[in-house]
Design a protein around this ligand. Structure first.
Ligand code: 5RP
Length: 219
């Protein structure tokens, strides 16, 4: 199976976590696109979805799935999203699609984060994938210096403005051995909107697609 087929596989597997009448939290990315398509094809009559991006909202609505504003719900049973990296404790790097801030907001509403990913995303230590950080543009130079002090090299993602009007720094050269401490530290740097380490909002379940099919990891 190629990577696209693995994404479709885990997108379909995530349907096991969706029940009729539910409002489901929906992430962003090519794997989530597969989940949205699978949900539409499944005939499971969800009450609606809370979406983490304009991209996912458009796809959900194209399928006739109602999209609710985050403010219309008090909580969600499940949030389904992809990841750029996930470790063996369910900590993740996210934001390759620049949707990390809204993804963390919707994840915060949910009891269970179900991560859907192909097996290439499973890592021992987070940091090989360039860490996305949504920032206020004015802070870019100072934040670049702060990351350099941690051994990281930050680059502004050219031409990208997030759904919130923010910019993205991609940081290479980091080895994130303590994701909880790293997230807490970077989050309080002035000008950081959201750091793409999902430690406090880690996955409880990961559906990992590989040559042998879908492996379920629980954290
Ligand atoms: C978007 C994300 C995505 O979940 C992540 O980039 C994985 O994307 P894909 O499923 O396309 O590999 O965090 O901001």
């Amino acid at each position: 199976m190629n990577q696209d087929q693995l994404k479709q596989l885990v997108g379909r597997a995530a349907l096991d976590y969706v029940t009729p009448g539910q409002i489901v939290g929906v992430g962003t990315g090519s794997t989530v696109d597969c989940f949205i398509d699978a949900l539409a094809a499944s005939g499971i009559a969800v009450a609606g979805a809370v979406s983490s991006s304009e991209r996912s909202t458009k796809r959900l609505q194209q399928h006739g799935i109602r999209v609710l504003d985050a403010a219309e719900v008090t909580g969600l049973t499940v949030y389904i999203d992809g990841a750029d990296e996930i470790d063996h404790q369910g900590f993740m790097i996210k934001g390759g699609g620049a949707a990390l801030t809204r993804e963390k907001i919707v994840a915060d509403l949910a009891k269970t984060f179900v991560c859907i990913a192909d097996a290439s995303k499973l890592v021992q230590t987070l940091g090989r994938f360039p860490l996305p950080v949504e920032i206020i543009p004015m802070a870019a130079a100072q934040l670049t210096r702060r990351f350099a002090a941690l051994g990281g090299s930050a680059t502004l993602r050219a031409g990208v403005v997030t759904d919130n009007g923010g910019h993205i720094l991609d940081v290479t050269g980091l080895s994130i051995t303590d994701p909880l401490a790293f997230e807490a530290e970077v989050n309080q740097w002035p000008g950081v909107v959201t750091v793409g380490v999902f430690a406090r909002h880690k996955a409880q379940v990961c559906l990992l697609g590989g040559a042998d099919g879908v492996r379920t990891l629980s954290f």
